[in-house]
Design a protein around this ligand. Sequence first.
Ligand SMILES: Cc1cc2nc3c(=O)[nH]c(=O)nc-3n(C[C@H](O)[C@H](O)[C@H](O)COP(=O)(O)O)c2cc1C
Length: 350
Amino acid sequence: MKVFTPFESGDLRVKNRIVRSATAEAMAEEGFVTSELIELYKKLAEGGTGMIVTGYMFVSDDGKAMPKMTGISRDEFVKGLKNLVEEVKKVDKEVFFVAQIAHAGRQTLISPPVAPSAVYDPSINVMPRELTKEEIERIIEDFKNAVLRAEKAGFDAVQLHCAHGYLLSEFLSPHTNRRKDEYGDGVKVVLEIIERAREKSKLPILVKMNAHDFIPGGLELKDSIKIAKRLNDFVSAIEVSGGMYESNYHNRYNVVSQKVHKSGEAYFAKYAIEIKKEVSVPVIAVGGIRSIEVAEKLLESVDLIAMSRPLIRDPYLPRHWNKSDCISCNRCLNAVAVGEKLRCYKNDNF
Ligand SMILES: Cc1cc2nc3c(=O)[nH]c(=O)nc-3n(C[C@H](O)[C@H](O)[C@H](O)COP(=O)(O)O)c2cc1C
C-alpha cells in the first residue's frame, strides 16, 4: 500500500506518506509548552503518523493569532520545545517532527492587527494597519530567529505558514497586498526569510500555501503556480491548501476546513495535483482526506497526504485506517479559536 511506503527526497525522510497537518492546540501557557501539549504529540507519534506538523507558533510577541498559542518568539521558549521534541522522539525516533511558524497579520483579535496593506477584514470586523518597511524587516528577522530556535529545540524542519490569510499569506495574496514598494512582491518576503535563515542553518524549510483564496481579487491557481515555481529551489516541500478568514465571509462556509459531506473528499486535491505538475519539490495535499482509498489514489499524483481533523478525532487512525469517522462538525475549530484545548468535541452535548 502506497500510504505506508517510506518517502525520501532531498532533506526529507518520512517513514510513510501520512502527514498530520498543522493544527492549533490551544494548550500553551503564556506561550510555554505544557505537559498536555506533550501528551497530544506523543499520542500522534504512537499512532503512526510519519510527519507531524505542530500547530502554528507565534514568531513575534505582537503577532499572536489566538489564545494559548505556543511561542517561538523568544529564547526562553526553547527549553520547553526541546523537551517536547525529546519526548516525541522517545516514542518514535523516526517521526519527522516539524514546527509550524507564523505571524497572525490581520487575522487576530488579541494582537495589533497589521498587514501588507490596510485592507478591511469583514469576517472579524478588523481594519489592520499597513506595516512600514522597518516593521517588515523586523518580522523577517523574527521568522529567521524562530527557524534557529526550532533547530536548537531539535525539530527536523520548520514549516512557514504562508496559507489561510495569516501574515505571509497576506503578502502572497493580491487582495491583501497592494503595496507599491518592493514588498508588493510578497514572495520576496518569504525568500528573504529563507535566505537569512540559510546563512546560519541548514534546517529544512517547508511551506504551506494557498492555491486559491476564494475571494474576489484574491490569489488564484495561476498565481499560486507562479509562486510555487519561485519557491521550488528554496523549500523542501509545499503543502497546498486554500482560503482565509475573509473567504468564509464571501462563501458563507469555512473554506479552509470544509464540511466533507458537502464538498466531497480531498476538496483541494485538484490544486495540489496542478501545482505538482509544475514543480520538482515534493507536494503535500491537504483538505478533506478521509479514506485510505482516496489517499492511495491521490498518492499517484502527489507525494504525501495530510490530515488535521481525522487525527483530532483519532490520533491512532494510521494504525487501522480505512475511513475516518470525523464528521467535519468543526466544533474542534470553534473550541481552539476561543482558547479551549484541542480535542474532538463531536459527542459533547451543547
Ligand atoms: C482545530 C483546527 C486547528 C487548525 N490549526 C491550523 C494551524 O495551526 N495551522 C495550519 O496551517 N492549519 C490549521 N488548520 C487547518 C488544517 O491544518 C487543515 O488544513 C484543514 O483542517 C483541512 O484538513 P482536514 O480536512 O484534514 O481537517 C486547523 C484546522 C483545525 C480543524
